[in-house]
Design a binder for this molecule. Sequence first.
Ligand code: ATP
Length: 256
Amino acid sequence: MISIDNLTVRYGEFVAVDGLDLEVPAGELFAFLGPNGAGKTTTIKALTGLLRPDEGVLRVAGHDLAERPLAAKAVMGYVPDVAVFYDKLTSLEFMRFIGELFELDPGAVAENTRSLFAKLDLDAYAHDPVETLSHGTRQRLAIASALVHDPQVFVIDEPMVGLDPLHARAVKDEIKARADAGVTVFMSTHLLNIAEELADRIGIIDRGRLVALGTMDELRAGEQAGALEEIFLRLFEEDPGAGAGASALETGGGRG
Ligand code: ATP
């Protein structure tokens, strides 16, 4: 469903993503981890068409991002690390606005909004301007707006930022429910417990290269057995910023 082939992104001379290969099949909940500056957001920006890669081919639901960007974006929902709104619109107006962008039937927008607002505890804020919302409420609205068109692929950069435990639970339940219903989820997070709890498969990126890839069981099966936190820390503790020691976890997909 998501296919990333030799993705390379440079900022000037600096290589932020370095020949990344990754396939995420339909219905998989994939967690993308890595230390600060590893290249997660850059990968997501390329995947969502916000950034043109220097090399590589990205496909979403079979659509090549470079050749058919609108078709690819039409089937994708995206929650960026910092969501952008029209602050003067109310929550409800914002949902309608996003529905119009996707040329959805207003009845379907209303129905999906009702359902999403109930699940994400947004009903009380339906008529409030976005500029008055707290950070966690804005985050839930960003998630609701990214799901209003029932995307086949849901890309989220740090979904839990700013959420209290109750609302984090609601967001986790929604993400899990979407994946269970066949949506492909690509989620970057620093919260290892979230990745461990939710993800079908986990990929760890370091300095633009994939250094580990697998299910929790596969990651545990190597010499780095343990909880994800231990696995992650072992990857980076000896040489901070380098995940090269991950023999049992090596993917072969990035280093060469
Ligand atoms: P974090 O966990 O801190 O959010 P990340 O894994 O999402 O990090 P990216 O934001 O993709 O990392 O950044 C990867 C590297 O690219 C970093 O070294 C960052 O400083 C650099 N970078 C990102 N955006 C730009 C830019 N617009 N211009 C120059 N360098 C950039």
